[in-house]
Design a protein around this ligand. Sequence first.
Ligand code: ADP
Length: 439
Amino acid sequence: MKAVWTFALARLALVVGLGLILGLFVGPPWLGVVIAFGLYLGWQLRNLYLLERWLRLRSQLDPPAIGGIWGDVVTQIVRLYRRKQYHKQRLAQLFRELRRSTAALPDGVIVLGGQHEIVWFNRRAASLLGLKRPVDVGLRIDNLIRAPEFIRYLHSNDYAAPLVMRPPTDTESYLALQIVPYGAGQSLLLARDVTEQRRLEAMRKDFVANASHELRTPLTVIAGYLDTLAEDPAIDPVWRSPIRDMRAQAQRMNAIIADLLELSRLEANDAEAPQAPIDVPALLERLARDALARAERPGEVRLELEARAGLLGDAREIESAFTNLVDNAIKYTPPTGRIELRWRVDDSGAHFAVVDTGIGIPSQHLPRLTERFYRVDAGRSRSQGGSGLGLAIVKHALQRHGGRLTVESVEGTGSTFTAHFPPARVVREPTVDGGGDRR
Ligand code: ADP
């Protein structure tokens, strides 16, 4: 037992003992004991009163100077209170520092609650999105930023990439908005000014487009002279081979410039492609015919039309994308190989696949294939007249149609490039019975 308790019990025993002795001398002994207990109880009540009063008015009063077990209780309460104060101060300080650092962030930060209501935002968020404190705190963010693309993004639950849009307050700049979910249904909305980045990107695209455009005319002149020279019977035979090479290189440069211009045109246009109907089966029949007419091609070229459906889009872009995929299959498949063009429609949309039994692509290259000028084997691509821009064009053209490209390939066995289109872009027609057209 703790010493205070031994002392308290000893004190009680002493008081009762004194009461008993007093009772023995002055009156009945029980009266002495009762009086002793009464006095002891009174003393305890006084201590309890002092303790309760101090707890109630703790901020104004010093701890009561009471002894015994009560003194111990007071000491423990004081210690607990000090510890709590210390932690409270530390938390408050940490919170102040956190707020100060987020307030100083160059990016806008908004804390959103479970219903997308604003819980807190920093100064930068206020200036970027035109938020006002305190009136906007507690309001739902979709009531303040009403742009349809933002509402779609907010409710999409796919926050992997930021959304780039014009801010509600000005039409000159661009903001990248990204939602970062955390905790139970809460999220952070990060806002960054990307106007300068967009301007530089636009400058780079303009530069490429202008440079390509400027190169076109001189190149046409050079190619024209080379054509004339190649056909001139008076030319010294020693020059025939170099002129042929120069002609081939001029043609390659022309192809690169044409691809660069096509890519710039696609990149310059952020909007979705128009919705003009395209007769895809007719287009594929023509592509298959053209492929068969080529001098250097795989032995077998097949067309599998599992559907007669068409697409809604830009006919030129779709043709350019499909042609690029077929051209690649022809380029990278030996004459003994086979290529197949397949068109089918299912619940997830329409799919155009080009399957070849060509050289294939090592898996480490697959994620980067659609980058500009990315080639698995640059020497081979060049010797085949490739610009390294074909798949970048395909990717952009598909993106403008809400579509995407997937690639499956096994090195040495062959590749399958598939263009997928969403159902909204498909014009359904009765499916062709009997497995389609074969060659
Ligand atoms: P390129 O003009 O060089 O063909 P692309 O952008 O069309 O450029 O293709 C990028 C690279 O992807 C090519 O250099 C080639 O290495 C690879 N590739 C594309 N299609 C195929 C295919 N069907 N089979 C094998 N490799 C391919």
